[in-house]
Design a binder for this molecule. Structure first.
Ligand SMILES: Nc1ncnc2c1ncn2[C@@H]1O[C@H](COP(=O)(O)OP(=O)(O)OP(=O)(O)O)[C@@H](O)[C@H]1O
Ligand SMILES: [Mg+2]
Length: 231
């Protein structure tokens, strides 16, 4: 499914409540993710990238502010596929085949195609337990599960973690293809060279706020900004 409307956050804030008190993870943040483009969300560890991704995907609700498509509808987890930073968070079935076929009426052929699409061999993997996979395979299987969904937006959270160079090249292609299909694509990553190789726009977070916005190539060439924002 594609969309003509952007995904917008307006003045959103979110805090986690822990035994040690309140931890503000996102603070007065506004941003727009456009359809057909890959938006990289960068920043040092703990800067709020995953929290922003979960808010944009409708998996967390902001304490204040609004997240909506331009047509004013709030996103639901059906609209936005979220590839978790820890992919095993997605798994609950006994086999990879069951994981791939739990979304609606996915046939075995479609499940196999989704695996091939991320560079995995269906014959090797369909019968495996999802918790037996290597870190890289688990991330790619979780990506394939999301590819079987008809969401109009996809958010990839640290999609290259645990991937070797060949898997990374497949992931780059998968990310780019989603944008070429007209979807809204968010790419949360620590890895600026990967972000610059696949994204059109970039946001840099620090302490839950956007501190820089622009073209990822420009960010690659600005060592002062990179140093200041810890990327
Ligand atoms: N479930 C949680 N409970 C309490 N605090 C949390 C929780 N998740 C995140 N935080 C805190 O919220 C802040 C933002 O965390 P978040 O995970 O969004 O950052 P991040 O940029 O994705 O970090 P990383 O690069 O390490 O993945 C951090 O201070 C973090 O410790
Ligand atoms: Mg994170």
């Amino acid at each position: 499914m594609k969309t003509d409307s952007a995904l917008c956050a307006q003045e959103i804030a979110y805090s986690y409540h822990t035994r040690r008190g309140k931890c503000k993870a996102v603070d007065s943040l506004s941003c727009t993710l456009l359809p057909g483009r890959v938006t990289a969300i960068l920043g040092a560890s703990g800067s709020g990238k995953s929290t922003l991704g979960l808010l944009l995907a409708g998996l967390l609700k902001p304490d204040s502010g609004v997240i909506s498509f331009q047509n004013d509808r709030e996103p639901t987890p059906e609209d936005v596929a979220y590839l978790f930073q820890f992919p095993e968070q997605l798994f609950s079935e006994e086999t990879v085949e069951k994981e791939l076929r739990r979304n609606g009426n996915v046939t075995v052929e479609e499940a196999s195609r989704a695996l091939e699409n991320v560079g995995l061999h269906p014959t090797d993997l369909l019968g495996c337990g999802p918790f037996e996979l290597s870190g890289g395979q688990a991330r790619l299987v979780a990506t394939a599960v999301q590819l079987t969904r008809s969401s109009c937006a996809v958010i990839f959270d640290e999609p290259t973690a645990g991937l070797d160079w060949k898997m990374r090249a497949n992931m780059r292609r998968v990310i780019r293809e989603r944008a070429n299909e007209g979807k809204i694509v968010g790419l949360i990553t620590h890895h600026l060279p990967f972000a610059a190789s696949v994204s059109d726009d970039a946001l840099v977070l620090s302490e839950g706020c956007i501190k820089w916005e622009g073209n990822p190539e420009q960010l690659m060439n600005d060592s002062e900004v990179r140093h200041r924002l810890g990327i």
